[in-house]
Design a protein around this ligand. Sequence first.
Ligand SMILES: Cc1ncc(COP(=O)(O)O)c(CN[C@@H](CS)C(=O)O)c1O
Length: 420
Amino acid sequence: SYPIDVDAIREDFPILQRKIGGDVTVPGPSEDDDTPLVYLDNGATSQTPDQVVDAIADYYRTYNSNVHRGIHHLSQEASVAYENAHDRVAEFIGANGREEVVFTKNTTESENLVAYAWGLNELGPEDSVVLTQMEHHASLVTWQQIGKKTGADVRFIRVDEEGRLDMDHARELVDDSTKMVSVVHVSNTLGTVNPVSELADLAHDHGAYIFVDGAQSVPNRPVDVQDIDADFFAFSGHKMCGPTGIGVLYGKEEILEEMEPYLYGGEMIRRVSYDDASWEDLPWKFEAGTPVIAQGIALHAAIDYLDDIGMEKIQRHEEQLVEYAYDELTAFDDVEIYGPPGDDRGGLVAFNLDGVHAHDLSSIVNDYGVAIRAGDHCTQPLHDTLGVAASARASFYLYNTHEEIDVLVDAVDEARQLFG
Ligand SMILES: Cc1ncc(COP(=O)(O)O)c(CN[C@@H](CS)C(=O)O)c1O
C-alpha cells in the first residue's frame, strides 16, 4: 500500500491516460496511438496537474496584467498574486521571506545569476571553487567557465565506487582559498543524496559560501534551506508539477543585498538618470523586465498541490518505487545500476543493459509505451568517470506505480531477448 492515494492523484493528470505510438509530428493524441503511456522521465520534467493548468488559465482569462507598473485594478490583482507566489515559495523551502526568493527561468539561470553577479566580481586567481564530479552541467560548466574568466581554481570532489562523495577528499579540497562550494543535493544520474549540511559546515569553516543545486530534491522531499544553512539554493518549477519557464534562486538576504544585479532594465530599478541608476529592493533587484508572472502564480498552485499531499509522503512513495525498480532490474546480472543501493537514493535509477546501447534500449522500451531518458543526463564528465558513454534512466514521481515499473522491467527483458 502507498503512503499517498495514487489513484486519486492520477485523476489530476489526464496525460497519464494517453496512448502513444502514432504520428509524432502531430502533437497530442491521435487515433493511431494504441500503447498506454508509462511516464518514467520525471527527472527531466514532471507532468502538470489540472489544478496548475487551471491556475494558469484562470490568470490569463481573468486577471492578466503586467505587474508593479500599473495602478489599475488588474495590475494590482496580478501584482498581489505574483508577490504572494514569492511568499509561498519562501514558506515552502524555509526561507525568511520573499526578499530571499528570486524568480528566474530555471535552475540553470539561477546558477548563472550567482556565477555572474557574484563570481565574476568576487573571484580571482588566488581563489578556488569546489564542485563535485557528479555536478549537472548547469553548475559544472557555469563555474568551470567562471574559473576560466577569473583565474580561480575549479576543483572536483571525487565520487567513490558506490557513487557517494569522498568526504575525506572534500576536506582536502576545501581550504582557505575556497570562496564557493557548489554541490548537487540529489544527483540526477546516481540518485546519491549528498550530505549538504556537512558540506555547508565545511564551506563556512573556511569562510566560503555554499550553493546547493536542489533541482532533484525540492520536488521530491522536504527541504529547509535554513536547516541546511545554504547560502544559495536553486530549483525549477517544471520538475515539481509546475510550468516550464520558472526557476527559483534562494539566497540569504544579507548576501543578495550586497550582490550587484545580474540583468539590468525595467522593474529592477528605483531611480534612473542619464548618468546612473539605483536599484529596487529585494528580490525585485534581480528580476529585470516583465517577470514570469503566470509561471510564478502556477508555481504557487503547484506548491499548494504538493504540500496538500505532503512532501514526506511523496518522498516515502518514491523510496518504495525506486527500491522496487532497483531490485527488479538487478535481479538480472546483465544490468548495471550506477550509484548507491536501492534503499539509499533519490527516486531514479540510471542503468545499462549489457550489449545494448542506452539509446537503443530507450527506443525499444518506448515501443512498449515507456518514457525513460537515455544519454548523459547533462553529466558528461560523470559518465566519463563511470567509464560509460551513456546510460538509460528511469525517474519516478508521486503518480507512478509498481505496475508501471513492471512494464519497464518487461520491456527491458524484450530488449534483452532482441539483442541477447
Ligand atoms: C541536478 C540538476 N541540476 C540542474 C538541472 C537543470 O534544470 P533546468 O530546469 O533545465 O535549468 C537539472 C535538470 N536535469 C534534467 C535535464 S538535463 C534531467 O533530465 O536530469 C538537474 O537534474
